[in-house]
Design a binder for this molecule. Structure first.
Ligand SMILES: NC(=O)C1=CN([C@@H]2O[C@H](COP(=O)(O)OP(=O)(O)OC[C@H]3O[C@@H](n4cnc5c(N)ncnc54)[C@H](O)[C@@H]3O)[C@@H](O)[C@H]2O)[C@@H](O)CC1
Ligand SMILES: Nc1ncnc2c1ncn2[C@@H]1O[C@H](COP(=O)(O)OP(=O)(O)O)[C@@H](O)[C@H]1O
Ligand SMILES: [K+]
Length: 547
């Protein structure tokens, strides 16, 4: 299962390896630099082609032709150290490389210092203040084309907001503003991005020039960091490649990782979805999904279709009398039960074969306020979405007092803010110091307070349980699925979770697997997707999974 590490976890794993004597920091840095160069050539094979030798410094960037040209921006820590390795390796291949250092050489940590010195043997390293692409005269050809920009200013050690003197988004923006056509690679993370939260730490009220901070490739080591997958991280990173630096082969770092295991955030992956051959429909559970009144039943019908397709044995829509006819005209495999007020609902719940409930989609606030307490009193696996969450905006504590561990809450950002206003305020505050409060922190805190699983939606859906277990369902990079942002897709997701709960999945596993399948369905259909299409992709997705 793919793990996402925080900066502190990565440090602990690396430090354990170094402390054991199984590897030195210098060796890890060399492997990191080599990994970056490898990743660059894998991403842009044309850059690996041989070219003429580098002209002698100074002023090699003035040359019109000849070697490939790179600018490497190094910072004051080990990220800068990785940058010096990359600069040296590129120079050894005949590249013309301009290296700039932000910070004083004698303050570099030992391994970075060693690589600074080795880098200087093959060419100069200039002070960062000299990096003034805004003053380079492109028009007169005084400065030649730059083929590659390497950002090695800050990695996982970024703790303070990036000052205006190193606003890379501005500087790199100049370099890439169409005058030159350089590929942009960030070592570990784009400098300025907080490794734990995926938020930029920038000390300014100004609009961040986001387009300019975006890289095409980020090369991380050992594991992706949480920040590669949440908030602004994916947009800034462009594409994230992970290179091994040999830590998985070392008993010391493996032991350190085992100790951290319960805290580590994971990327979602599907659980076993097969059905046993000897089963019958009741083995797969009976889900009940409550709808709203006449004219507002679409959301619940979407959820119900999702629950049925994902394999619940039976799915019943619980509708108020005024919507009975409307729903009856629309459904075939789904069943229908008349559910009016709290009393009638309680009577329906006497049927113990009903083992998963879904309340919220299109339900209406008033009906939700009446019926959610009845559902929760039944102590049945229950998904609360949409109106079932908003109904408790005025007194979230009232809801929390009734929730139990078989519940799943599925808020989007607005709904989360209604139930957890303090958590939303912390999450939405400008990030000044690292590690910044993240969507992972927010979801974990919400799950703990609610006492049940919380699935916080978005392209970076975060799912957490009260015990801290947490995963990210990332619709980014090769799983980018922007077509999922369409009305009703959240209703289908609620139905998917309900269906899996009916099938007997534990709440955390139901939420993770449903979120993962939701994105797979969107990818299976592709552009033009609307919510109705989502459940209909499940058969193809299951076939691909070998279910
Ligand atoms: N942890 C590991 O296992 C490995 C780490 N490596 C590299 O080392 C990096 C982490 O190195 P470090 O921990 O030295 O951290 P960084 O190199 O990311 O930055 C730390 C330095 O920047 C300063 N700093 C932080 N925020 C600042 C700000 N806003 N303005 C000015 N200065 C600021 C800190 O005081 C410190 O001097 C990783 O991202 C990775 O690139 C690699 O060499 C491979 C192995
Ligand atoms: N850009 C995006 N990429 C991938 N998934 C997205 C994106 N935006 C939204 N989603 C997903 O689409 C669904 C939207 O749900 P929600 O906000 O409840 O809206 P609705 O109820 O109208 O469907 C959620 O599952 C969310 O994770
Ligand atoms: K960097």
């Amino acid at each position: 299962m793919a793990e996402l590490l925080t900066a502190a976890q990565m440090r602990a794993i690396e430090q354990a390896a170094i402390a054991s004597g199984e590897v030195t920091g210098l060796e890890l840095m060399e492997r990191a630099g080599r990994g970056v160069v490898e990743a660059i050539f894998e991403e842009w094979p044309e850059l690996a082609e041989e070219r003429g030798p580098a002209p002698a410094p100074p002023g090699y960037l003035q040359q019109e032709e000849g070697a490939w040209r790179a600018v490497v921006l190094c910072g004051p820590g080990n990220n800068g150290g990785d940058g010096f390795v990359v600069a040296r390796l590129l120079r050894a291949r005949g590249w013309a490389v301009e290296v700039f250092l932000y910070g004083a050489p004698d303050k570099l940590p030992p391994d970075a210092r060693a690589n600074y010195e080795r880098c200087c043997e093959a060419g100069k390293v200039q002070a960062f203040a000299e990096f003034e692409p805004e003053n380079w005269n492109w028009q007169t050809g005084e400065v030649g084309e730059v083929d590659l920009i390497v950002d090695a200013v800050f990695g996982t050690g970024l703790v303070r907001p990036v000052g205006s003197e190193i606003w890379l988004h501005e500087k790199i923006g100049v370099l890439t503003s169409g005058v030159v056509n350089a590929r942009r690679v960030a070592i570990d993370l784009p400098s300025g991005l907080c490794a734990d939260s995926g938020k930029p730490l920038i000390d300014t009220q100004d609009e961040i020039g986001r387009g300019k901070l975006e890289f095409e490739l980020s090369v991380s080591f050992h594991r992706e960091k949480v920040g590669h997958r949440i908030s602004d991280g994916p947009a800034f990173c462009g594409k994230t490649v992970v290179k091994s630096i040999g830590l998985d082969d070392l008993p010391s770092s493996r032991a350190a990782a085992r100790e951290l295991a319960s805290e580590i955030v994971r990327l979602t992956q599907p659980r076993l979805l097969d059905k046993a051959a000897e089963s019958h429909k009741y083995t797969h559970g009976h889900a009940l999904i409550l709808s709203g009144g006449s004219g507002r039943t679409g959301a619940a019908r979407l959820a119900a279709r999702g629950a049925l397709r994902i394999g619940a044995g039976l799915v019943t829509l619980g509708v108020p009398p005024n919507a009975q006819q409307e729903v009856a005209c629309q459904i075939t495999a789904l069943m229908l039960a008349r559910i009016d007020g709290a009393e009638g609902f309680a009577a329906v719940l006497d049927d113990t074969r009903l083992n998963a409930l879904c309340l919220g989609p299109g339900m209406g606030i008033e009906r939700a306020r009446d019926l959610v307490p009845v559902a929760l009193a039944a102590r049945c696996a229950t998904v609360l979405d949409a109106d079932a969450l908003t109904a408790f905006a005025e007194d979230p504590a009232e809801l929390f007092a009734q929730l139990h561990e078989a519940c799943v809450l599925t808020p989007h950002g607005g709904e989360l803010a209604r139930l957890f206003p303090d958590i939303a305020a912390k999450l939405n505050a400008p990030a000044m110091t690292g590690p910044a409060y993240s969507k992972v922190d927010a979801t974990r805190e919400a799950a703990k307070r609610a006492g049940c699983v919380v699935l916080f939606k978005g392209a970076d859906t975060v799912i957490a349980a009260p015990d801290g277990c947490c995963s990210v369902n990332s619709a980014h990079y090769e799983r980018s699925a922007p077509w999922l942002a369409t009305a009703g897709s959240g209703d289908v997701l609620a139905g998917f979770i309900t269906g899996l709960l009916a099938r007997g999945f534990a709440p955390m596993q139901a939420a993770e697997t449903a979120a993962w399948l939701h994105v797979e369905c969107a990818l299976e259909f592709g552009p033009g997707l609307i919510a109705e299409d989502l459940p209909e992709q499940l058969p193809a997705v299951f076939r691909k999974l070998g279910v």
